[in-house]
Design a protein around this ligand. Structure first.
Ligand code: SF4
Ligand code: SF4
Length: 301
């Protein structure tokens, strides 16, 4: 669900010749645009579109958080507090942001309900607020989000509202936003300096029991990003809610060892050849959705 404004370098599995010897770029240069960290897998809401997870409910403590940061520091500049759970529920959210911001650019994806807790934090690069979290049933929390956002903007934080345009109540929500910002919202747009809105349709959670199946296709996972669940499980993407694509555990192994595993190489090679080698990836339409959104944006632009 991540939306990034400002990118870094990519991990690549391309092979090159150096001095007549074929080398894998993975061995010499491994960087991700972003790493998702699940600082808690607990959420205050129960959105009807959310698939949930069946893992034990837990939150990262400060010492484990520091260990994770130490291990991923050479591999990215951009941290996203995101995956399952609501990051602003974490009691140490401001301490985590402040500590991590010494070495990383901090991005947060939130349902916005507890935005008060971070509205005075000056160390957040971007906040993505998923306004569909209330599914159109309640809108009273929106006023609090809108005023807190004004505070965050003073610190230079980029604000990105996310709205799914196919849920009940969306027109009422858009009406409130239009009134507050005194503008018409037609499609993905910059509302004002550092405030954006992204419209999208609901996506299909990867699940071997869903009706979507496509073996052919690519994914940005493992090249562009990886995720780390609260128990240290390294996963390829932010949609791996149960860790079914577990690649290793950051508490027990180095990220380099995890990324050099046969499992990772096979997945990457598969994606490069437009072939999904994991069954659950065949039941995931995320990449198709990105491609469709790009095409739509190009047409609108
Ligand atoms: S806010 Fe996010 S994690 Fe929480 S129930 Fe809704 S979709 Fe799931
Ligand atoms: S295709 Fe697989 S790795 Fe990519 S987002 Fe879907 S589940 Fe994750």
């Amino acid at each position: 669900m991540g939306s990034v404004r400002g990118n870094e370098t990519n991990l690549s599995l391309k092979k090159r010749k150096r001095g007549g010897v074929e080398i894998c770029l993975l061995d010499i240069f491994m960087r991700f645009k972003k790493v998702y960290i699940e600082i808690t897998n607990i959420c205050n809401l129960n959105c009807k579109f959310c698939i949930g997870h069946n893992r034990a409910k837990e939150s990262l403590d400060f010492s484990d958080f520091k260990m994770v940061l130490r291990k991923i520091k050479p591999y990215t500049n951009y941290l996203y507090f995101h995956l399952m759970g609501e990051p602003l529920l974490h009691p140490l959210i401001n301490e985590f942001i402040d500590y991590a911001s010494k070495d990383f650019k901090i991005n947060i994806t939130t349902n916005g309900y507890f935005i008060d807790r971070i509205k005075n934090n000056k160390n957040i690069r971007q906040i993505n607020i998923s306004l569909q979290a209330y599914d159109g049933r309640k809108l009273d929390y929106l006023d609090n989000i809108l005023t807190s956002v004004e505070n965050l903007l003073l610190a230079g934080t980029i604000v990105n509202y996310r709205v799914w345009n196919n849920y009940e109540g969306v027109q009422e929500l858009i009406g409130k936003l239009e009134k507050f910002y005194n503008t018409k919202l037609n499609g993905n747009t910059k509302i004002k300096d550092n405030v954006y809105i992204d419209f999208a349709t609901e996506f299909i959670w990867p699940d071997i029991n869903n009706n979507y199946y496509n073996k052919n296709g690519s994914c940005l996972a493992l090249k562009d990003h990886i995720g780390i669940l609260v128990d240290g499980t390294v996963v390829p993407c932010c949609l791996d809610y149960n860790g079914s694509l577990a690649l290793g555990n950051i508490y027990k192994e180095s990220l380099e060892d995890i990324m050099k595993s046969e499992n990772v190489k096979r997945m990457l090679e598969g994606f490069q050849n437009k072939c999904k080698i994991k069954e659950i990836c065949c039941h995931c339409n995320f990449y198709d959705r990105i491609a469709m959104k790009k095409a739509r944006d190009n047409n609108e632009g």
